[in-house]
Design a protein around this ligand. Structure first.
Ligand SMILES: *Cc1c(COP(=O)(O)O)cnc(C)c1O
Length: 382
């Protein structure tokens, strides 16, 4: 049996297990001290003033949209090259999604296209650090400042990444993270919102707990039962054992990011000479490489990608495709009225993309096997 190489997966060690077990033996399973501990250690890690833990990356995006006031009639510009959750969060809040195209080299949102899409109804711009490479944040911040609207960063791919010396999570008006097992650190399911504005942080805190301003522990301490539901919130809380796992995982993230960066550099070497392109990491930023997508060259990429995907999966290599541009999904084509798009860079990229395995446990031998199977798959496709 040859070993299956997944495209990404968690690493759990004995210290993680001990951290979770300790919580299970204690009195608080939710709403206790681990939540605050995870929030403050995450805030310190990304250099943010405020961090609020929530139940998923999607919940983080939803609450980020609500906290900046997105509602019916509001347009939010969203990159089409992302996971659907970035766009769906706008719909949850009642807003409408306006898709922006990608830059060809990095596949991150194209600031010039964003600028052309701004209208009187635009209330925010969302950006994704695709694959872990920080997007064009300064140009986007300038565009947002001119329009008087906030920048929301879906940073689910980029904890530990830096842009012009600043940490991702401390740059946009609001940033969101996911702790799904394929991401940089995991809490099973989980997410985080980071921001500099205390009012946004306190709105997110309230909305994650049914729109109630105080939590159970605060009421216990104040000796009162009384609480007020002042707006429509949700139960988006993250459990104590999830947060304890997060604290324990977070300690290892700097090493894991270094591992991911080493694996990416090695891929670039191993892939030279193959008819594929890798994404470029500009000199002024450091990617934390959540994914390692490649783009297959040539006119016949659709067929050759399908053949490489099939033969690599058959050889126990968990390749994947990230992403089908969100505007191509039927949920979104239905409201656009036609499948034709004005997003040519993302549409073309989707015909060529293939994500190679990328996670800190991937060995050098494993990487060589991935590239050998890719070469074989491309050759057999002709
Ligand atoms: C993973 C991911 C999400 C969603 O996170 P969940 O924790 O799975 O809800 C959103 N956006 C991007 C870009 C992601 O990669």
């Amino acid at each position: 049996m040859i070993e299956y190489i997944p495209y990404g997966r968690q690493i759990i060690d004995e210290s993680d297990i001990a951290a979770v077990t300790e919580v299970l033996r204690g009195s608080w399973l939710t709403g206790g001290p681990s939540v605050g501990e995870f929030e403050s250690s995450f805030a310190a890690f990304v250099d943010a003033d405020h961090a609020v833990a929530v139940s998923s990356g999607t919940a983080a995006l939803h609450l980020a949209m609500l906290a900046i006031g997105i509602g019916p009639g509001d347009e939010v510009i969203v990159p089409t090259m992302t996971f659907a959750a970035t766009a769906n969060a706008v719909l949850y809040a009642g807003g409408s999604v306006v898709f922006a195209d990608s830059l060809p080299g990095s596949l991150s949102i194209d600031p010039a296209h964003v600028e052309r899409l701004i209208t009187r109804r635009t209330r925010a711009v969302a950006v994704v650090d695709y694959a872990g490479i920080p997007a064009e944040l300064d140009p986007l911040l300038e565009i947002c400042a001119r329009a008087g609207i906030p920048l929301i960063e879906d940073a689910c791919h980029a904890p530990g990444a830096t842009y012009r010396g600043r940490k991702i999570g401390s740059i946009a008006d609001v940033s969101t993270f996911s702790f799904h097992p394929v991401k940089h650190l995991t809490t099973g399911e989980g997410g985080m919102v980071t921001c500099g504005d205390p009012e946004i942080a306190s709105r997110v805190r309230k909305l994650r707990n049914h729109g109630i301003g105080t939590d159970f522990r605060q009421r216990e301490e104040a000796g009162t039962w009384e609480y007020d539901v002042s707006e429509l919130g949700f139960n988006y809380r993250l459990s104590e054992f999830s947060c304890a796992l997060g604290v324990s995982q977070l300690r290892k993230v700097p090493t894991w990011v270094a591992d991911r960066r080493r694996i990416a550099a090695r891929y670039v070497e191993l892939l030279s000479g193959l008819p594929v392109r890798t994404l470029c990491e500009p000199d002024d930023r450091e990617s934390s490489w959540h994914l390692f997508p490649i783009m297959i060259d040539g006119n016949d990429a659709v067929r050759r990608r399908a053949e490489a995907f099939r033969s690599m999966r058959a050889a126990s290599i968990g390749v994947n495709v990230h992403y089908r541009p969100v505007h191509q999904h039927s949920l979104y084509t239905a409201s656009r009225g036609s499948a034709a798009s004005d997003l040519p860079v993302a549409d073309d990229a989707y015909t060529r993309l293939l994500s190679l395995p990328m996670w800190p446990g991937l060995s050098e031998d494993g990487q060589e096997r991935v590239v050998a199977e890719l070469r074989a798959g491309l050759i057999s496709a002709g």
